[in-house]
Write a new protein. Structure first.
Length: 234
């Protein structure tokens, strides 16, 4: 165990001590703007910049490690289950799935982050800023024709809706949401249902048969498959 070169506060020390019962956690200095965690099996390395570090960012990374104890299906599952489908694999690529997985974590860790007394503004970089830009959405061009859709535009659509849904800060997205819903009502509904199901899902009660995290992802992909069945994605 290597401790970082700055003082962890009481809450972080307690969280770290709790996690160390299961994980081997190390801190490593790196020239980055933010803090990040890399985990494999039960080993985690938290990378941080000693010039920019604060306890809020460390708490954020420790909570990512805490969430890995629940082993729920996440972005990687979404990616793997889409791989063999011609249309789905064009949309749910590695980038989008990693982003969705990160947001799935953020929704689940935020309540604990706040209960530990950390700052909402520091939960992510530029934490209060709008997570979706209305001009980007206005310029979103989903279709080439009635049945031919652009995969990169669908990816942006889902990415933006995910950003909005996962935003911990109470920004007003009513215009963004109206625009997205009017643009493609079915895609909107299916993606919002996925997020609502995930938000309501209690990760502490996972049961592979009776209370399944995988079912939420499976349902979303089945819905997406149905939506795409009469479309061609390029
Ligand atoms: Zn994070």
């Amino acid at each position: 165990m290597k401790y970082p070169r700055f003082a962890l506060d009481h809450n972080n020390l307690e969280l770290l001590a709790q996690l160390q019962k299961t994980f081997d956690i190390e801190f490593e200095e790196k020239n980055i703007d933010y803090c990040e965690v890399f985990s494999k099996n039960n080993c985690s390395i938290i990378y941080y910049n000693p010039a920019r570090i604060d306890n809020d960012s460390i708490a954020h990374e420790l909570l990512h490690i805490w969430l890995s104890t629940f082993q729920y299906a996440s972005g990687n599952t979404l990616y793997l289950l889409s791989l063999n489908d011609e249309n789905l694999s064009k949309i749910f690529n590695k980038n989008l799935c990693a982003y969705i997985g990160n947001c799935m974590d953020h929704i689940k860790m935020y309540p604990r982050y706040i209960s530990l007394g950390y700052n909402p503004e520091k939960f992510v970089t530029l934490g209060t800023r709008e997570k979706s830009n209305i001009n980007d959405l206005t310029n979103l061009d989903l279709k080439v024709s009635a049945t031919i859709y652009r995969s990169n535009a669908i990816e942006l659509y889902i990415g933006n809706l995910t950003s909005i849904y996962a935003d911990h800060y109470p920004n007003n997205y009513s215009k963004h949401l109206k625009l997205l819903e009017d643009m493609e009502p079915d895609l909107f509904k299916k993606t919002m249902t996925f997020w609502t199901n995930w938000k309501e899902f209690d990760i502490e009660k996972i049961d592979p048969i009776f209370y399944s995290d995988r079912a939420i992802i499976n349902n979303y992909l089945m819905e997406m498959e149905a939506w795409l069945s009469n479309k061609h994605v390029i």
